[in-house]
Design a protein. Structure first.
Length: 246
């Protein structure tokens, strides 16, 4: 499966912590990006593309140092205007085969990659979640039935009680064989109109044409962060859990 890592963003809310891209922040004695490459390699994923933008020279250097294999590097020089739809569209190019999208400012428990291995030949598309939507969270959420069939995906600026049964998106999407050609075409079309949008907007707008399923990885398996405080908490949580399994 083609794995696309989105690592072009500037992480503006992290500025007073570090001037390096979020993917190059440390977790233990390595970087978040190097940890991700190690996890992908261990799980057998070898067709990798990464989109760089902010401080691209630093990210490129880390890719070459830590990937351990050839990785296709795509440079998005419009990253300051792009939300992330351009990055994904550039990485796809004219490919229409299945792919897994990973946002590089996310820390994953290694158990997640066992799940990705099991799903990599799936014909259906899967949106991964990390538990139920909580009052302190914002951003992408979805609603699915007991069989995991998704009926609604949306991006919300704040929590409200009517959304209590929704799941929180985990910055991960696996686009299966049945939806890859159509979704790729929709991405290119939407990107030509504006790059100030998330890559999930074309899916939201065409969900009836793109049947998909939800898989919950659990609240402890995926940690995203946007501020220095969230970063420190994320690193401490992941390291504490992994020390218990050693």
């Amino acid at each position: 499966m083609h794995v696309i890592i989105l690592a072009a963003g500037a992480g503006k809310r992290m500025k007073h912590l570090s001037d390096v891209p979020k993917s190059l922040l440390k977790i233990g004695d390595t970087t978040i990006l190097a940890r991700l490459f190690s996890q992908l390699d261990h799980a057998g994923f070898h067709d990798l593309s990464i989109v760089v933008g902010y401080r691209s020279e630093l990210v490129t250097e880390e890719v070459r140092r830590s990937a351990g294999r050839e990785v296709r590097i795509v440079e998005n020089d419009r990253f300051r205007q792009d939300t992330n739809i351009l990055s994904l569209t550039m990485a796809l190019g004219d490919r229409t085969d299945p792919f897994l999208v990973i946002e590089a400012d996310t820390i994953f428990d290694s158990r997640c990659f066992t799940v990705f291995q099991e799903h990599q030949h799936a014909r259906r598309s899967i949106w991964y979640t990390r538990g139920y939507f909580q009052p302190h969270q914002v951003g992408g959420i979805l609603k699915a039935d007991k069989q995991g069939v998704i009926s609604e995906i949306q991006i919300v600026p704040e929590y409200c009680e009517t959304l209590a049964g929704h799941k929180k998106l985990a910055n991960l999407l696996l686009v299966g064989q049945e939806q890859a050609p159509l979704f790729t075409a929709l991405l290119h079309e939407a990107c030509s109109q504006t790059i100030k949008q998330y890559y999930l907007i074309p899916w939201i707008d065409n969900i009836a044409r793109l049947p998909c399923y939800e898989h919950d990885l659990g609240t402890d398996s995926v940690v995203a962060f946007n501020t220095p405080e969230e970063y420190h908490d994320a690193v401490m949580d992941i390291q504490a859990r992994e020390s218990q399994t050693i």
